[in-house]
Design a protein around this ligand. Structure first.
Ligand code: FAD
Ligand code: 2HG
Ligand code: ZN
Length: 482
């Protein structure tokens, strides 16, 4: 239910916003009848699972503009939703009711790059892929990579503390983000855009913004430490007979590839069949295996790396750890092999409805949850090929190197019976293993009710206190997070 403490937006408010955001098309509204664009695109999330009812989208062009509009919203009790590339997977980036969308897409300048330290300073609205391409020209790499790179923004990545495909090698944004500029709900500009690696002078407040999902302020700029780009990148793709074998392969990869290992991803056979069927591309390997792994190495000496990778491949084949494998021969093949991992999320959306669980689980029991969930749904007769069954399949894949499982249940429609069987079953299962019910996608609206499965009452209370301190009127991304 909409909270009545928030004001209803009026023509007068819109007039104020138009005055502040001078640029044409910086205010889209369906109140004044002068909209240059449809607001609906900003109301729907990437999965088309959530739809808000905003009448106003604001696109500020500078930190000062963000400050003015946010301060005004706070004074007038107008609720807002910060929005980046709108690729989030927990319904956090779209309104629930009529909250005003503040979209960062116009704030997209790269401010500076120091090729000695590798520190990049850029606006929050820079698209991740644009930042990475800019860095590539300067022999550096963004320390985060994910399937949505063509649309997501670096501010959105920081706001969700996105993990992605390179975390195994470069660590989380909590370590790589060196500084943040943000605007608080009352319009205060917090300038903590430090480019220092070390700064132990008091609480490290920028950490609160990393993973805050738009609940305490709007991130307007970031400074981030970027590694040198490795001249030699290799990718291998394996088929394996069991999840135990996948664990063995991971152990061997860490030990034999050590410092050049840059990604280790796991995909079950079901996801690969789905990608194959939806994209109609021929599979990298001939046989059918229950599990696949994608291993990437990044190093500075291609001869040395190749040698290491070759002997690793020989070892895992000879010792029957992997059943079959293929090594990319050039950068086109590297990119092609990656599509078998990065393309999964998009393909799973093919039937229109997906239940998604993004979980941290001790690695040894990571895949058991997929089997247990599948068994429950099969027993109830809900899984099958014909249209009368709501569930298409139950699949698992993820960032094996981070013990992060993506359990997905692609469906023909959202279905109460299916939902009742998997929730809270999945959350209870994860709690028993002392895992996390949201490893990297955040809470948003979908995981908000389940925070208690991963955090104690004391922790939640402390979080609530922080929220109230930063956002006493509660205008920032309401109805979500905690
Ligand atoms: P949005 O979706 O627009 O917003 C996400 C949240 O952050 C919202 O709560 C929003 O209010 C808030 N927000 C956005 N910008 C700001 C800002 N400037 N200041 C304050 N708050 C803000 N995630 C992973 O962790 N790892 C993956 O591997 C991964 N792969 C993905 C693959 C695909 C195909 C897709 C669609 C998503 C994937 N994601 C992944 C989800 C991930 O959270 C997002 O892709 C990305 O980090 C969100 O960035 P965005 O700019 O789209 O933010
Ligand atoms: C990934 O790793 C993303 O591909 C998305 O985090 C996972 O869709 C998902 O469940
Ligand atoms: Zn992921």
């Amino acid at each position: 239910k909409r909270n009545d403490k928030y004001a209803q937006i009026t023509e007068e408010h819109v007039k104020f916003f138009k005055g502040v955001l001078g640029a044409e098309s910086a205010v889209i509204d369906n109140i004044t009848g002068e909209a240059s664009e449809d607001v609906e695109a900003y109301n729907a999330d990437w999965m088309r699972k959530f739809r808000g009812h905003t009448k106003v989208v604001l696109k500020p062009g500078s930190t000062e503009e963000v400050s003015k509009i946010l301060g005004y919203c706070n004074e007038n009790k107008l609720a807002v939703v910060p929005q980046g590339g709108n690729t989030g997977l927990v319904g956090g980036s779209v309104p629930v009711f009529d909250e005003i969308v503040i979209n960062l897409q116009r704030m997209k300048e790269i401010r500076s790059f120091d090729d000695v330290s590798g520190i990049l300073v850029a606006d929050a609205g820079v698209i991740l892929e644009v930042a990475d391409n800019y860095l590539a020209e300067r022999n550096h790499i963004f320390p985060l990579d994910l399937g949505a790179k063509g649309s997501c923004q670096i501010g959105g990545n920081v706001a969700t503390n996105a993990g992605g495909l390179r975390l195994l090698r470069y660590g989380s944004l909590h370590g790589n983000v060196l500084g943040i500029e943000a605007v608080l709900p009352d319009g205060t500009i917090v300038d903590d855009l430090s480019t220092l690696r070390k700064n132990n002078t008091g609480y490290d407040l920028k950490q609160l913004f990393i993973g805050s999902e738009g609940t305490i302020g709007i991130i307007t700029k970031i400074s981030i430490l970027c590694p040198r780009r490795s001249p030699a990148v290799n990718v291998a793709y394996f088929g394996l007979e069991s999840f135990e074998k996948a664990q063995e392969a991971f152990k061997e990869a860490k030990s034999q590839l050590s410092e050049i290992l840059s990604a280790f991803e796991m995909m079950d056979g079901r996801t690969q069949n789905i990608v194959h069927n939806i994209k109609s591309t021929s599979k990298p390997l001939e046989g059918d295996y229950p599990f696949y792994c994608l291993v990437e190495t990044s190093g500075s000496n291609s001869e040395h790396d190749n040698e290491k990778l070759q002997s690793f491949l020989e070892y895992v084949m000879e010792n029957e750890i992997v059943a079959d494998g293929v090594l990319a021969q050039d950068q086109t093949q590297v990119a092609d092999l990656w599509t078998w991992r990065e393309g999964i999320t998009e393909c799973l959306g093919h039937w229109g409805a997906v239940y998604k669980y993004d979980l941290s689980i001790p690695i040894s029991s990571m895949y058991d949850l997929v089997n247990d969930t599948r068994a429950r749904l099969e027993e109830a007769g809900l899984v099958g090929d014909d249209d009368s069954k709501p569930v298409v399949d139950v699949v698992g894949y993820g960032h094996m190197g981070d013990a992060n499982l993506h359990l997905n249940v692609p469906c023909r429609r959202f279905d109460k019976e299916v939902e009742k069987l998997i929730e809270p079953f999945v959350y209870e299962w994860v709690q028993k293993k002392k895992g996390s019910i949201s490893a990297e996608h955040g809470l948003g609206i979908t995981k908000k009710p389940y925070i208690g499965y991963s955090r104690s009452e004391t922790m939640v209370k402390l979080m609530q206190q922080i929220k109230n301190l930063y956002d006493p009127n509660g205008i920032m991304n309401p109805y979500k997070y905690i």
